[in-house]
Design a protein around this ligand. Structure first.
Ligand code: GTP
Ligand code: MG
Length: 254
């Protein structure tokens, strides 16, 4: 591998980012690929893996509450912004590892990282061309057509904000009955099916649907499970394709 790859794990609160980080790390262990894990969540109480670089080395959301005398929401925002001030230190620490892959677990609520300037500063510090993200669709929300569409909107906002290639995945797929997983994956592969179910649920969604479909934002989802390890190889292959297929990156941007 020529250069480091930085894989950001993105998604809404509780969608399974930290467990995916662990499962993908175990998958890379099996493949004997050198990697390191970065935890960018200063509010994490418990992590299912041991991070190699941890933003909590410098501060935690609880420290920020005490220091700035703010409540939990204010502290989350301040600490999310403070992460940017540590971008250089994070890269310096990562340089100590001979890792080909860096997996980056991002803070609980998606807006704390993806929508704020920290994400841009960190991506620029890592080198934009070495960055890719996996976006985990919440499996419970994705079961209804309108919920699935809301996930498409959030996924799309992350594309516009981060401006790095993004791999859409259906998180915790082991929790869903097989026919539900098939329905969701079917929507992602065949937007016409999604359209029919959307209109049945809510006839206001038609115009929005066409806008997203025509912009190419409804993309095939990879079902993943951090419990069974299912889908880790598909995510890995997609990352390889993005970096090494020799295709125009623009065409794989989403
Ligand atoms: N069945 C199943 N449960 C999962 C999976 N991934 C995560 N979970 C469970 O879902 C819960 C949340 O998972 P996390 O990985 O902590 O989610 P997160 O997105 O990091 O959560 P925040 O950082 O708090 O927003 C945990 O209780 C996990 O045990 C999965 O693939 N399958
Ligand atoms: Mg987490």
């Amino acid at each position: 591998m020529e250069e480091k790859i930085h894989l950001f794990v993105i998604g809404t609160a509780g969608c399974g980012k930290s467990y995916f980080t662990k499962a993908f790390s175990e998958y890379l262990d099996l493949k004997r690929i050198d990697h390191a894990i970065v935890n960018l969540d200063p509010g994490a109480d418990y992590l299912p893996y041991t991070p190699d670089v941890d933003v909590r080395e410098w501060f935690t959301t609880a420290d920020v509450m005490e220091k700035y005398r703010v409540g939990p929401n204010g502290a989350q925002i301040i600490s999310a912004d403070l992460v940017a001030t540590k971008a250089g230190d994070i890269v310096d620490e990562l340089d100590l590892y001979s890792a080909d892959y860096i997996i980056i677990d991002t803070p609980g609520q998606m807006e704390l990282f993806t929508f704020r300037t920290s994400s841009e500063i960190i991506i620029n510090e890592f080198g934009r061309n070495s960055c890719v993200s996996v976006y985990l669709f919440d499996p419970v929300i994705s079961q209804r057509a309108s919920g699935f569409m809301s996930m498409v909107f959030l996924y799309s906002s992350s594309i516009f904000r981060l401006r790095i290639p993004q791999i859409p995945a259906l998180g915790k797929s082991d929790l869903l009955p097989e026919h539900v997983t098939e329905k969701i994956i079917g929507w992602s592969r065949d937007p016409d099916k999604l359209y029919d179910d959307l209109i049945e649920e809510n006839d206001l969604s038609g115009d929005l649907f066409h806008m997203m479909r025509d912009a190419g934002l409804i993309r095939p989802l990879i079902p993943v499970s951090s419990i069974t390890g299912n889908g880790m190889d598909d995510v890995y292959e997609m990352v390889q394709e993005i970096f090494y297929a020799g295709e125009d990156l623009e065409s794989l941007r989403y």
